[in-house]
Design a protein around this ligand. Structure first.
Ligand code: CAA
Length: 394
């Protein structure tokens, strides 16, 4: 009998502050409809200087363990996917090993391929379980990122930040994957990158949209070729969401490959994709975490309607690599998702003015003196993990 492997629990770690994008549109002299309808964005989370990729990841990981009542000792593998790593050598996962109280027998490492890093971690965790290496233990996969572009650039309204932690195990209570039936696609392109010295991403925006769609097509066609007549049609789709409109473009493109017209494709968007965008619209782009924020949103808002049904996921990482994959929402997932209180971390946020956001960005850019030889100091402070600077040992 083949194993059922998938996501057992999911939890978020989000910054305390966010910007309402109508405020940003006004400050930048852009018609608000361009952001709302043209890009399909509403709010973007803004990470403060004490909310680095480690702190966001640690808050998501600690929450995933506590809401699912998973003992840290049961975790045998911890992978962090990120493109906002804090060190070229020491992985974010090593910090998490301490902050989440994981056991010495746990394998920890970091994965990078732009926004695909979290998916690379998830696929690795699935294979680790399928191979028998897990020996009954669970994996924790955490996606954590801060999306920063230059102030006043066209990409500015597509920023965001956040982390998603997932417990991956046999007999999962949320989503069981169709293991071994993924469609993959890769190509060497220069659509988005971040040089080693830079905190802000550089993007060839319109080209990146073309690359995303080409990758979707390649991965989707391979996934389609692995379907059989017995497979039920999926009822919902989660996409990597750099901004809401991109999921609309992706969904349209995919449905046109199925032979639908543009109008038919768009008509299915709200029912098949709508609920997966509710949380991403409050956070913005969280790179590696974006697809899993979309999945969290779907499970939080709609699990009751889709228990025992198939859904699809599309992950895109610039540069580029992509994966189109699928799974079945587990019976009982709705009640379990309610217990996980997935959206709770979003209840305690503050709306920032554009001036406050710009000040945060200024501090954030100056916060780089971590690079001298000291040790970064993430600390547990008032129930949250915060980055409090570098201990130079003086
Ligand atoms: N009212 C309504 N709509 C308006 C409008 C108005 N007043 N003014 C413009 N629009 C519409 C445009 O018609 C356009 O719609 P379509 O996309 O349907 O053609 C849309 O708003 C965007 O406007 P522009 O084409 O003028 O685009 P822009 O120069 O503002 O840049 C962007 C948009 C390229 C997405 C830019 O925000 C960007 O570079 N973002 C970062 C890159 C990115 O997210 N790429 C996505 C794929 S790569 C990826 O997924 C990896 C990742 O996470 C980064």
């Amino acid at each position: 009998m083949s194993l059922s492997i998938g996501i057992d629990a999911i939890a978020l770690g989000v910054p305390r502050g966010y910007v309402q994008l109508t405020d940003l549109a006004e400050a930048r002299g852009v018609p608000p409809e361009k952001y709302r309808d043209g890009l399909g964005v509403e709010q973007m989370a803004v990470a403060a200087a004490d909310e680095d990729a480690v702190a966001l990841a640690a808050n998501a990981a600690r929450r995933a363990l506590s809401v699912s009542r998973t003992k840290p000792a049961d975790i045998g593998l911890c992978i962090v996917g990120t493109e906002t790593a804090v060190d070229h050598s020491k992985p974010v996962a090593a910090f998490l090993h301490g902050l989440a109280g994981l056991p010495p027998s746990c394998r920890v490492f970091e994965t990078k391929h732009a926004c695909f890093g979290g998916t690379a971690g998830l696929l690795n965790a699935i294979d680790w379980i399928a191979s028998g290496s897990a020996r009954g233990r669970a994996a924790m996969v955490i996606c954590t990122d801060i999306a920063r572009y230059q102030l006043r650039s066209a990409a500015e309204p597509t920023q965001g930040a956040g982390a998603v932690a997932m417990i991956v195990r046999e007999s999962p209570r949320l989503l069981a994957f169709d293991v071994g039936r993924n469609g993959s696609y890769s190509r060497d392109v220069h659509d988005f990158w971040r040089p080693l010295h830079a905190k802000e991403g550089i993007v060839d925006g319109h080209f990146s949209v073309d690359c995303y769609l080409a990758a979707l097509e390649g991965a989707y066609r391979e996934w389609l070729s692995l379907q059989t007549a017995k497979d039920e049609a999926p009822v919902r789709a989660c996409y990597h969401v750099p901004y809401g409109k991109m999921s609309r473009k992706a969904h349209r493109h995919r449905k046109q490959i199925d032979g639908l017209t543009k109008e038919q494709a768009d008509a299915s968007f709200e029912s098949e994709v709508g609920s997966s965008l509710i949380l991403p619209n409050k956070i913005g782009n969280a790179y590696t975490a974006s697809l899993y924020l979309s999945l969290a949103s779907l499970l939080h808002h709609e699990a009751t309607d889709i228990e025992r049904k198939r859904i699809t996921l599309f992950s895109y990482g610039s540069g580029c690599v992509a994966e189109f994959f699928s799974g079945r929402v587990v019976e009982g997932a709705a009640a379990w998702a309610r217990e996980l209180r997935i959206d709770e971390p979003l209840n305690d946020r503050t709306r920032l003015t554009v001036e406050q956001y710009e000040r945060v960005r200024g501090l954030d850019t100056q916060a780089d003196p971590r690079f001298p030889d000291g040790q970064p100091k993430p600390v547990l402070n008032g129930g949250r993990v915060k980055f409090l600077g570098v201990d130079s040992g003086e």
